[in-house]
Design a protein around this ligand. Structure first.
Ligand SMILES: Cc1cc2nc3c(=O)[nH]c(=O)nc-3n(C[C@H](O)[C@H](O)[C@H](O)COP(=O)(O)OP(=O)(O)OC[C@H]3O[C@@H](n4cnc5c(N)ncnc54)[C@H](O)[C@@H]3O)c2cc1C
Length: 602
């Protein structure tokens, strides 16, 4: 084992000494020597820089294996600090830059007792394919005399007319919500011809169509899109129609080739041509697109779980999934049963109560609730808030800090935060419990964010409706729905809940289902489950994956990719997916290290 120089003291010196040895080991292509610099319990998270994958390896043996397989091709080198390293509680932290054979990256290092505990390496750009930004921005104007002159607009119109007709896109993105839009913007800056198709008439309609009281649950600092930040006077919690308009504006000014009113109806991979055949119906006319890469950005909250109960056909009132719920206005004075007790259920119950409906929530399993203000203060403020920005933690910096925490140990950081939340809002939880509400903190007490990453469901960020349940203004019933009668929902224990309207706030299916719909069940099964970490907690079966299943990285089906998540994830991970797609578009070798195996279908 390498010994650590006892004379070395300041964080700068500790990091300097470590980097010197690390760089020397990398230059010598010596995986053993590099692995020796890592602590017994350690994590190296690589975002595309060495592995052409999103991959976290653990322990010196994991580091050794990754380097053994990647050093010769990736040739990582010249790791150096970009600012003064810091030290707190025996942990030395440093922000890094480095190079690989094909790109430049950014990194973050945590050293404990002179050895690496966590290392993040993230590709930022490909050499020779840098974005035209900053000092490399396009001139726009073309000075001089040019009889062949075509304006920016003429060139743009020409491109839009040709792409998908006389020329083929390199990438087709199915789904033009915030995910598809952010990725398309990145690809545009990287000069990768891309078409986004969405069945809606206008960008942003995904949000316009949701119930009218909806505002984002995440604050503005968490929600920026790539390249264009929300202005300083933008509301903290964006109302849904404002987000919709922002997405529409963004699509236009970022000059995306966005085909609205276009449904992708089928896709198959043509092995001989090395391209997909994607059939789309645009404004009623079918045509075939032949991209080399296909991205499904069809939304993790896009495929409604439509429950089926006996008696739905005899129920005389109205019934719909929460995704089709228009808002409360038509239901003043009506009896409404909302099946479910997560975010949508609470939002919908709250809005219905406000207009004077008689509302009953049916809780089928326990839910985790955190009050919005508490979550913002304890859970997010250090990274995403006005205060964080004032402290120099920009959204980009926050994204990297967040990315530097390996998923394996993330819950350990989350648990104490949720203990604080529990303490702060003790009265609130006591009241909910007294009302009979079944509340949980996640299988291991790690709360909302881990639930989101593991299963994408099972929580409510309280903006007021929880109080309605706690004090009985929204009635609470428990159990599974057994059947519907002409005018009631009947639960398994025989409880009858009279209803004029039934809202099924029963969540959304796996994104994998989109692949089955569009391509085939066989391909969907080959891809396997999408989302989750393999934490072996409820709805996230093991084995441990280390990264989110199949998201933003190569899948077992070549040239098929999944993109999406919340606004933070769409912003951050769209860069890595765009770089992977760009590399393939220009023929850069992309040997993937550690392609995830499939353990679960659907
Ligand atoms: C009630 C509710 C509240 C939410 N609140 C937040 C929040 O506060 N913050 C947050 O970050 N996220 C929130 N989410 C999650 C939200 O769904 C996602 O953040 C966001 O919509 C995901 O964006 P996306 O682009 O991945 O998918 P979507 O916005 O779902 O977009 C997918 C698109 O794919 C299109 N599509 C699907 N299949 C096809 C096809 N075959 N052909 C053409 N088009 C197709 C659909 O028309 C749709 O426009 C919320 C979700 C819901 C339901």
């Amino acid at each position: 084992m390498t010994t650590v120089d006892p004379e070395v003291r300041t964080p700068q010196q500790v990091v300097g000494a470590w980097l010197e040895r690390f760089n020397a080991a990398l230059d010598a292509q010596d995986a053993d020597a590099a692995a020796d610099l890592f602590a017994t319990a350690c994590f190296w998270r690589d975002l595309v820089a060495l592995t052409w994958n999103l991959k976290t390896v653990e322990g010196p043996e994991g580091v050794r294996d990754m380097l053994t397989h990647t050093l010769a091709t990736a040739r990582p080198r010249d790791f150096h600090v970009t600012e003064e390293p810091t030290e707190a509680d025996g942990l030395v932290e440093a922000w890094l830059e480095f190079e690989t054979e094909g790109g430049r990256g950014q990194g973050h290092l945590r050293l404990r007792d002179g050895r690496a505990w966590t290392l993040l390496t993230a590709l930022r750009e490909l050499k020779g394919h840098e974005e035209h930004r900053g000092s490399a921005r396009p001139a726009g104007a073309e000075h001089g005399i040019n009889p062949e002159r075509r304006t920016w607009l003429e060139r743009r119109i020409n491109e839009a007319e040709e792409l998908g007709h006389t020329t083929q896109p390199e990438v087709v993105i199915v789904g033009g919500g915030q995910g598809g839009i952010a990725l398309a913007a990145r690809l545009r800056q990287l000069d990768v011809p891309t078409i986004v198709v969405d069945r809606h008439a206008r960008p942003g309609d995904q949000w316009r169509g949701r119930y009218k009281s909806l505002c984002l649950h995440d604050p503005v600092w968490y929600d920026h899109l790539p390249y264009i930040k929300f202005p300083e006077n933008w509301p903290v919690f964006s109302p849904k129609d404002k987000i919709a308009d922002w997405l529409e504006m963004y699509t236009r000014v970022m000059e995306l080739n966005y085909w609205s009113s276009t449904e992708a109806t089928s896709a198959r991979y043509d092995e001989d041509a090395g391209a997909w055949e994607v059939t789309v119906v645009r404004d009623g006319t079918a045509l075939t697109l032949r991209p080399r890469q296909l991205v499904l950005a069809t939304g993790m909250s896009g495929k409604p779980n439509q429950p089926s109960f006996p008696g739905q056909d005899v129920f005389a009132g109205e019934q719909h999934h929460s995704s089709a719920h228009p808002g409360p206005d038509a239901y003043a004075g009506k009896r409404v049963v909302v099946v479910g007790s997560n975010n949508s259920a609470f939002d919908i119950c709250g809005a219905l109560y406000e207009v004077g409906a008689d509302v009953t929530m049916v809780q089928r399993s326990s839910t985790h609730i955190v009050r919005s203000a508490t979550l913002m203060e304890i859970g997010l403020a250090a990274l995403y808030s006005e205060e964080a920005v004032a402290n120099g933690v920009t959204t980009e910096r926050a994204d990297m800090i967040f990315a530097s925490l390996p998923y394996r140990i993330m819950h350990e950081f989350q648990i104490p935060l949720y203990e604080q939340m529990r303490e702060r809002d003790r009265d609130f939880y006591d009241r909910l419990e007294r009302a009979g509400f079944e509340h949980d903190w996640g299988d291991d007490g790690s709360g909302l964010f881990m639930k989101y990453l593991r299963r994408g469901s099972g929580y409510y960020i309280d903006v007021g409706a929880a109080d309605l349940v706690a004090d009985g203004r929204v009635k609470l019933a428990h159990g599974q729905v057994d059947h519907l009668t002409r005018d009631a929902v009947v639960l398994a224990d025989g409880t009858e809940l009279p209803a004029d309207l039934v809202v099924y706030a029963t969540g959304y299916g796996s994104m994998n289902g989109w692949a089955a719909d569009l391509i085939s069940q066989e391909v969907a099964d080959r891809v396997g489950k999408v989302w989750g970490l393999g934490s072996d907690t409820t709805k996230d079966p093991g084995p441990w994956e280390g990264e989110q299943r199949n998201m933003w990285k190569p899948t077992q089906v070549p040239a098929l990719w999944f993109h999406g998540g919340n606004l933070h994830q769409s912003r951050h991970y769209s860069l890595y997916l765009a770089l992977q797609l760009k590399a393939r578009a220009v023929g850069i070798a992309t040997p993937v290290y550690g392609l995830a195996e499939v353990h679960h279908t659907g």
